[in-house]
Design a protein around this ligand. Structure first.
Ligand SMILES: CC(C)(COP(=O)(O)OP(=O)(O)OC[C@H]1O[C@@H](n2cnc3c(N)ncnc32)[C@H](O)[C@@H]1OP(=O)(O)O)[C@@H](O)C(=O)NCCC(=O)NCCS
Length: 196
């Protein structure tokens, strides 16, 4: 069984498009993350609660990483960020046992298995954080995202109609998938990703 990056430190993935390094998001990475976010189609960002193309949002994300509200990984090809994960938990809310997972891969690196690996890493991280329920949100047309999370045992829990609005003012439905961590842990073991 393989441990997650949070347990074992950075590791390199051999993908068809080249080597990709997985490591935690750390101070100093903000400019590279902004470059990554700015190159993504706006539609791929609509599932996020905040607009990560804005420097102040990425700065707030880094502060949340530092205080432990968010645990985030970056996927890097050379100096370039090509993917991210985040596990978001609000320990001061009435849902301290719930983690919200976010995964993003740059369009040119899709279809090589990176999204699946990042999702597994995020779930392993959330499990190690002691979270009991995981949620993930996406616009309903993100078929790859739905495929990735359903393969890990997540199932549809809610559909929020017209819940997000793009910059042109068009509304989109948001799907929320969720899963119980104990069941997800068993599926991660099947994928060879450990979650202590
Ligand atoms: C979701 C996302 C991270 C997937 O990244 P990726 O690197 O392309 O994912 P993978 O290469 O690991 O593919 C994952 C699975 O999705 C499937 N898939 C890919 N594109 C698909 C599509 N258009 N329709 C259906 N399935 C698709 C793949 O076949 C693969 O399944 P398999 O392992 O059974 O073959 C990426 O599409 C993305 O960043 N989307 C925008 C952000 C988003 O919506 N994130 C989800 C919210 S957390």
């Amino acid at each position: 069984m393989t441990d997650s990056v949070q347990d074992t430190g950075p590791r390199t993935l051999k993908l068809s498009g080249g080597d990709v390094l997985l490591r935690p998001f750390a101070t100093g990475d903000e400019a590279a993350v902004l470059g990554f976010a700015g190159a993504l189609p706006e539609h791929d960002l609509l599932f996020l609660t905040r607009d990560i193309t804005q420097a102040k949002v990425v700065a707030a994300w880094m502060r949340d990483v530092e205080d432990g509200t968010i645990v985030s990984l970056l996927a890097l090809k050379g100096p370039k960020v090509v993917g991210t994960t985040a596990v978001v938990r609000d320990a001061l809310s009435w849902s301290p046992h719930v983690g919200d997972i976010r995964v993003l891969v740059s369009p040119e690196m899709r279809g090589q298995g990176l999204g699946q690996i990042l999702a597994q890493e995020a779930v392993a991280t959330a499990t190690a954080m002691g979270l009991e329920k995981l949620t993930v949100r996406m616009t309903v047309d993100q078929q790859a995202a739905i495929a990735v999370f359903e393969s890990l045992g997540f199932r549809g829990e809610a559909l929020l109609r017209d819940h997000v609005k793009d910059r042109a003012g068009n509304r989109h439905d948001l799907a929320i998938l969720s899963h119980n961590v104990a069941e997800v842990g068993a599926r991660l073991s099947a994928f060879g990703v450990g979650a202590s």
